[in-house]
Design a protein around this ligand. Structure first.
Ligand code: GDP
Ligand code: ZN
Length: 292
């Protein structure tokens, strides 16, 4: 039987099998010998030991599409990054840092600004401007007024999505709105969905429907960009791309160099200043890291 690891605790792996539910499995010795550690998100083959007790053995891990180090997980299709339009006002430096991290991991981002109901037209317009060319999908929602929930649900369909964002922005509210429908759709008691409030230290997947899973990410504020050369950073800002190659100096980092096409585009309002300023801040950070 094939399933997906949705949780791992103390040597036990919980494997969700579509239409059968969750089995508690142990990894056989072969994994230890191969030094291959099963991860949440792994698609696996299991053998059933006891159908009544819902126990089994992991016998094989299917090839991984990708791997995230933190939270430790495999086969994540996309990230839903949630910030609030206001209350709390979005910390854009943190947001941009997250976009870089996900890009590094090769994971597409859907950027969602929740609490649209509280935002003024100016606030919403400004965010649209800043993230217009960031290379990710952009959407606005209100968990309170239940606007655009179906838009989010559509994006999650058939995928494994990691949900991230600072606390207080409405992640739980959004997830709770996504749940009831999922229950109705699957109509299966065994595929129960419980949001583990006490286990957020570990990566854990929640089934939203057949083959749709979401994962909450703890420790979002401690993200940092690493293993990135400062000269590479510019490639993580898609809005710079049209100007690359137009600077006076080849290999221009768009920092202090004269006749820089990117800086000119910032002056002319073609690249948003918020994005450029964060680029500079990250660049300085990477430069510092190199000294040690
Ligand atoms: P989390 O920490 O990101 O999971 O955020 P919560 O879902 O716990 O929401 C934090 C607070 O914001 C709660 O008081 C929610 O009722 C409120 N909230 C969530 N979404 C919205 C929204 O779209 N509009 C408004 N006005 N309040 C919201
Ligand atoms: Zn330049």
């Amino acid at each position: 039987m094939r399933g997906k690891i949705i949780k791992g605790i103390a040597g036990f792996y919980y494997v969700d099998v579509v239409e059968s539910g969750v089995y508690e499995c142990k990894a056989k010795g072969v994994f230890r010998k191969e030094k291959k550690k099963p991860l949440v998100g792994d698609n696996v083959e299991i053998e059933i030991l006891d159908e009544k007790e819902r126990e089994g053995n992991l016998i094989h891990i299917l090839p991984r599409k990708n791997e995230l180090i933190r939270p430790a997980s495999a086969n994540v299709d996309q990230a839903l990054v949630v910030f609030a339009v206001t209350k709390p006002s979005p910390h854009l430096h943190l947001l941009d840092r997250f976009l870089i991290m996900m890009e590094q991991a090769g994971i597409p981002v859907v950027l969602c600004f929740n609490k649209e109901d509280l935002g003024t037209e100016e606030q919403i317009g400004a965010l649209k401007e800043i993230y217009r060319d960031c290379g990710c999908r952009l959407l606005f929602s209100s968990a309170k007024e239940e606007t655009n929930i179906s838009g989010i649900r559509e994006l999650l369909e058939g995928k494994t999505t990691v949900i991230a964002g600072p606390s207080g922005v409405g992640k739980s509210s959004l997830i709770n709105l996504l749940h009831p429908q999922a229950n109705m759709e699957t109509g299966s008691v065994s595929r129960k969905i419980q949001r583990g409030r006490h286990t957020t230290r570990h990566a854990e997947l929640f089934a939203l429907g057949e083959n749709s899973y979401i994962m909450d990410t703890p420790g979002f504020s401690s993200l940092y960009v690493s293993d990135l050369e400062k000269e590479e950073l510019k490639y993580y800002f898609p809005e710079f791309a049209p100007y690359e190659g137009n600077c006076r100096f080849q290999g221009c980092d768009h920092i202090h160099e004269p006749d820089c096409a990117v800086k000119k585009a910032v002056e002319e309002g073609k690249i948003h200043r918020s994005r450029y300023d964060n680029y500079r801040a990250f660049y300085e950070e990477l430069k510092e890291q190199r000294r040690y």
